[in-house]
Design a protein around this ligand. Structure first.
Ligand SMILES: Cc1cc2nc3c(=O)[nH]c(=O)nc-3n(C[C@H](O)[C@H](O)[C@H](O)COP(=O)(O)OP(=O)(O)OC[C@H]3O[C@@H](n4cnc5c(N)ncnc54)[C@H](O)[C@@H]3O)c2cc1C
Length: 250
C-alpha cells in the first residue's frame, strides 16, 4: 500500500503465457466505486509497470470508502486484486516504464487539474464571503464596512488571482509543449492548494458561526480545501521537488 514513495509500489504482476497475473491492493482510488477500467501500477520483474485492469476481471473487487473529511463525491474505493489474469496487450508502455512514462504524465495532468480546481474553490470562497459580508450587520453596519474584514477580502482576492495566473502560465506551457511546464505545474499546484486552505479558512471566519454550519457552503469548501494539499503529491513532496529542481537549475 504505497503513498508518497511511489517507486515502492507493492502490488506484483507476473508474466504467464501471454497474460499477466496481478496481486495487490490499493486504497484511496478516486471513482474506484464506479470505474469500468483501472490503471494499476505493479512491480513486474522488480520494476514499476502500468497495466489496465477491467472491473469484470475475476479476482478484482472494490470496497467503498466513505466518511471522508472532504471531496465526499469522489466515490473513493479500495481496490483488491487476487490472482487477476489480464491479457498482455493491457500492458501500458513497456515493463519498467510505469513510473517514468505513465505515472509521471498522469500526475502532471492531475496536479494541473487540482491547481485549477483550487482556483475555482478559492473564487467560490471569495464570492460567498463578499455576499455574506454585504448582508450581515454587526455594530450597526455591514461586515464589509469593517477594515479587518476588508483585509481578509483583499488577501483572498490577490491570492486567488495569483494562483489563477500560475495555472494560466502552466497551461500555456503545456499548450506549446515546453518541458518547463512540469516545474510550473508543481509551482501552481503547491501555491494553489496552500492558497485555498487559507482562503477557505478566512471565508469561514467571515461567516462566523454560520461558517461552521452546513447551512452555508463555506463549511464544505474548507473541508474540500484540506484534501488538495494531500492528493496528487503532498505539499511536502512538492517542497522537495521544487527545491531540488531550483537548486539544480540556478
Ligand atoms: C480524496 C482522495 C483521493 C485520492 N485519490 C487517489 C487516486 O485516485 N489514486 C491514488 O493512487 N491515490 C489517491 N489518493 C491517495 C493520495 O495520492 C495519497 O494520500 C498521497 O499521495 C499521500 O500518501 P499517503 O496518504 O500515504 O501519505 P504518506 O505518504 O504516508 O505521508 C504522510 C505525511 O508524511 C509526509 N511525508 C511523507 N514522506 C515524507 C518525506 N520524505 N519528507 C517529508 N514529509 C514526508 C507527507 O507529505 C504527509 O504529510 C487519494 C487521496 C485522497 C484523500
Amino acid at each position: 500500500m504505497v503513498g508518497s514513495d511511489a517507486k515502492n509500489v507493492q502490488s506484483v504482476a507476473v508474466a504467464s503465457d501471454h497474460n499477466y497475473v496481478i496481486n495487490g491492493h490499493k486504497k484511496w482510488i478516486t471513482m474506484g466505486q464506479i470505474a469500468d477500467i483501472y490503471l494499476v501500477f505493479a512491480q513486474c520483474e522488480g520494476k514499476p509497470t502500468a497495466l489496465l485492469v477491467e472491473r469484470n476481471t475475476p479476482g478484482f473487487t472494490t470496497t467503498p470508502i466513505t466518511g471522508m473529511l472532504g471531496a465526499r463525491a469522489s466515490m473513493l474505493a479500495e481496490l483488491h486484486l487476487a490472482d487477476c489474469v489480464i491479457p498482455e496487450e493491457n500492458l501500458v508502455g513497456s515493463v519498467g516504464t510505469g513510473l517514468s512514462h505513465v505515472a509521471l504524465h498522469c500526475l502532471d495532468y492531475g496536479r494541473y487539474t487540482v491547481a485549477c480546481g483550487c482556483v475555482g474553490l478559492g473564487q467560490a470562497c471569495l464570492e460567498q464571503s463578499v455576499h455574506y459580508s454585504r448582508k450581515r450587520r454587526q455594530f450597526g453596519k455591514a461586515l464589509r464596512e469593517n477594515q479587518l474584514i476588508q483585509k481578509m477580502i483583499t488577501g483572498m482576492t490577490v491570492n486567488v488571482k495569483a494562483a489563477r495566473l500560475l495555472c494560466y502560465h502552466s497551461g500555456y506551457l503545456k499548450d506549446v509543449m515546453d518541458p518547463d511546464s512540469i516545474m510550473e505545474t508543481w509551482t501552481a499546484k503547491y501555491f494553489a492548494s496552500k492558497m485555498v486552505n487559507q482562503v477557505a479558512s478566512d471565508a469561514v471566519q467571515i461567516h462566523g458561526a454560520n461558517g461552521c454550519s452546513r447551512d452555508y457552503p463555506v463549511e464544505r469548501y474548507l473541508r474540500d480545501a484540506r484534501i488538495n494539499e494531500i492528493i496528487e503529491g503532498t505539499s511536502q513532496m512538492h517542497e522537495m521537488l521544487i527545491a531540488l529542481h531550483t537548486i539544480r537549475n540556478i
